[in-house]
Design a protein around this ligand. Structure first.
Ligand code: KIV
Length: 271
């Protein structure tokens, strides 16, 4: 397959895309092969999401994901990317213990993982830490709305912005993260009318996941999009574009049959 060489997507391109009304395409990736696929498809930016806890490691939430896991997976994705901008998640508690610990964790994701930016969940309460990291020279993407690391505090994976109180909190969160210096912000699982109000209250690019088409860009979890999870449930806000797991099972079934029937390997595989 001929792979077209794409221009390197850099941090300034987020604001440029917003200004030019050009949508930003973001996808998650978790290892070297998925990074190669995301880059070859021409995605603008790749997120090593802590969703890797569920989709790559089989946990039932993002809470068990550690800094060591994030560095390990970020480094693998980094090795697979040429053009896409690489963002990685600060996992649960990695930005909560102390400023010193937070700065060290952000630095490790950049220095050992090869990320170009980190993503931090939370609004007003995370703003001071976003500011510290940005002042240290590390770009930060914010993430508000349904923030999976706070699932126990949110009372489950619930759509946000359904009433005025919630909407006002989200607007305050978005402004605080923008004022702290974030270059873009993810809006996750937010009621449609609230999304528009949030977008109108800030200037930085918004990346939506379950947050309607008004956002400046979109992100989906790669395994939802490709159908990588055998019998996985696709969330309402995602779209499945292929059925990769079924395709893999079919290929493997054929291999099993061929080995059992003595069809593979044949003469062409011999040295
Ligand atoms: O962890 C993740 O994959 C994410 C995206 C869903 C935005 O944070």
């Amino acid at each position: 397959m001929e792979i077209e060489k794409a221009k390197k997507f850099r941090i300034q391109h987020f604001a440029e895309h917003k200004k030019n009304n050009q949508k930003i395409v973001m996808i998650t990736a978790y290892d070297y092969p998925t990074a190669l696929i995301a880059d070859a498809a021409g995605c603008d930016c790749v997120l090593v999401g802590d969703s890797l806890g569920m989709v790559a490691l089989g946990f039932d939430s993002t809470i068990p994901v550690t800094m060591d896991m994030m560095i390990h997976h970020t480094a693998a994705v980094h090795r697979g990317l040429k053009s896409a901008f690489l963002i990685t998640d600060m996992p649960f508690m990695a930005s909560s213990i102390s400023d010193e610990n937070t700065l060290k964790n952000a630095a490790d994701l950049i220095q050992s993982g090869g990320a170009e930016a980190v993503k931090i969940e939370g609004g007003v309460s995370s703003a001071h830490i976003v500011e510290k990291i940005v002042n240290a020279g590390i770009p930060v993407m914010g993430h508000i709305g349904l923030t999976p690391q706070s699932v126990n505090q949110l009372g489950g994976y619930r759509v946000q912005g359904r009433n005025d109180d919630s909407l006002n909190r989200l607007i305050a969160d978005a402004r605080a993260i923008q004022d702290a210096g974030a270059f873009a912000i993810v809006l996750e699982a937010i009621e449609s009318h609230a999304v528009k109000a949030i977008i109108d209250s800030i200037n930085i690019p918004t990346i939506g996941i379950g947050a309607n088409a008004d956002c400046d860009g979109q992100v989906i979890v790669l395994s939802d999009l490709l159908g990588l999870q055998l019998n996985g449930r696709i969330p309402k806000f995602a779209k499945q574009y292929s059925n990769a797991a079924q395709l893999c099972v079919s290929g493997l079934k054929e291999y099993c049959q061929d080995v059992r029937n003595g069809i593979f390997p044949d003469k062409s595989n011999e040295y």
